[in-house]
Design a protein around this ligand. Structure first.
Ligand code: NAP
Ligand code: ZN
Length: 346
């Protein structure tokens, strides 16, 4: 048994506290990772606050994990001690269903095992990356390219793959007009990645306060959704829209911005439903879709793509004592553009 230091929360209205958690002894295929950095995803906040339903507390969130391999099980072949590695939103899946065999483990028909707030195959609750160590089966570990620093790598493990996967799947590239709705952690990665894929990128943000950043990340256009004329001006414009907003929005207003056969992909995961008027869809053969993270193979592909295109998130590194304050700032859309915990401060 390995005892790791962690930061845990005991209820929706509680503050984070120091904790010790158990990590299992290494099974043959397991890798022990000393976590160096853990990103703060809005999903951590939804989960900690119970937005998506009841959670077993104490909860240690964190699914944007970057660190160093410090031990390996006897059957591990892909990693060795000293390797720079990452772990994202899932730590296991059945490995046998159609979706797992396709490399889409996030859509495992038996349900993938989430990095935190899940139950692993040993029947133990999973605890995430706001901690010093984690044990993960090697098939759910990815390699961090040498030219990406570990602090910047962490947010790629969720924000990066969650935006790369739909952009790739729906063919963002030259000649395609892509809009990114909401420019927070996911949104700013969507802008950088879509631009690197060759698409013409537009940001739709609540205000123009982050316009300079958006243009610097690669957007060609930037509009405020608080201005009603934005929706008139952009009607019928976009082939693909990635909605990263963490709250419920008037999705019909956004659907009206799609061109013939255009698609909005929802990656934002508000607790409240989004009400779609069918006429928003049938008028121009539009689609309203969703997407969840990406598979392990695709996550490695995304990391290699980011390394090749020199893409990294804009981060603010914080100490473990600042987690509560960081949550408040994320909820106020006051994050540029991802908080990353330096786990040496845990
Ligand atoms: P974030 O950093 O808080 O970014 C969300 C952005 O949405 C904000 O920066 C803000 O952008 C905009 N926004 C927030 N509240 C809004 C409101 N009331 N009306 C309009 N716009 C609003 O969060 P994140 O970490 O990127 O995560 C975004 C969402 O994706 C969360 O719901 C999260 O749970 C979900 N998520 C889903 C997956 C998946 O697999 N599908 C993976 C990770 C996260 P502006 O300031 O630019 O307007
Ligand atoms: Zn996430």
């Amino acid at each position: 048994m390995i005892i790791a230091k962690a930061r845990a929360v005991d209820g929706p209205d509680q503050q984070f506290r120091s904790a010790e958690i158990k990590r299992r002894d290494l099974d043959t295929s397991d890798v022990l990772i000393e976590i160096k950095y853990a990103g703060i995803c809005h999903s951590d906040i939804h989960t900690a606050h119970g937005d998506w339903g009841p959670v077993n507390y104490p909860l240690v969130p964190g699914h944007e994990i970057a660190g160093i391999v410090t031990d390996v099980g006897t059957g591990v072949s892909k990693y060795k001690v000293g390797d720079r590695v990452g772990v994202g939103c899932m730590v296991d899946s059945c490995g046998e269903c159609d979706n797992c065999r396709k490399g889409e483990e996030q859509y495992c028909l038996k349900g993938n095992i989430q990095t935190y707030a899940g139950v692993d195959k040993y029947g133990e609750p999973t605890q995430g990356g706001y901690s010093t160590h984690i044990v993960v089966t090697e098939d759910f570990v990815v390699r961090i390219p040498d030219n990406i620093t570990l602090d910047a790598a962490a947010p790629l493990l969720c924000a990066g793959i969650t935006t790369y996967s739909p952009l790739h799947h729906w063919g963002a590239g030259p000649g395609k007009k892509v809009a990114v709705v909401g420019m927070g952690g996911l949104g700013h990665m969507a802008v950088k990645i879509a631009h690197a894929m060759g698409a013409e990128v537009t940001v739709l943000s609540q205000s123009l306060s982050k316009k300079e950043d958006g243009l610097q990340f690669g957007a060609a256009h930037y509009y405020a959704t608080s201005e009603p004329e934005t929706f008139e001006k952009l009607a019928g414009s976009f082939d693909l829209m990635i909605n990263t907003v963490s709250a419920s929005i008037d999705i019909n207003a956004y659907l009206s911005l799609l061109t013939l056969d255009g698609t909005i992909v929802n990656v934002g995961a508000p607790a409240e439903p989004l009400s779609v008027q069918v006429f928003s869809l049938i008028g121009h053969r539009r689609s309203f879709a969703g997407s969840m993270i990406g598979g392990i193979r695709e996550t490695q592909e995304m990391l290699d793509f980011c390394a090749e295109h020199n893409i990294a998130p804009n981060i603010e590194v914080i100490s473990a004592d600042q987690i509560d304050e960081a949550y408040k700032r994320v909820l106020a859309s006051d994050v540029k553009y991802r908080f990353v915990i330096d786990t040496s401060t845990i």
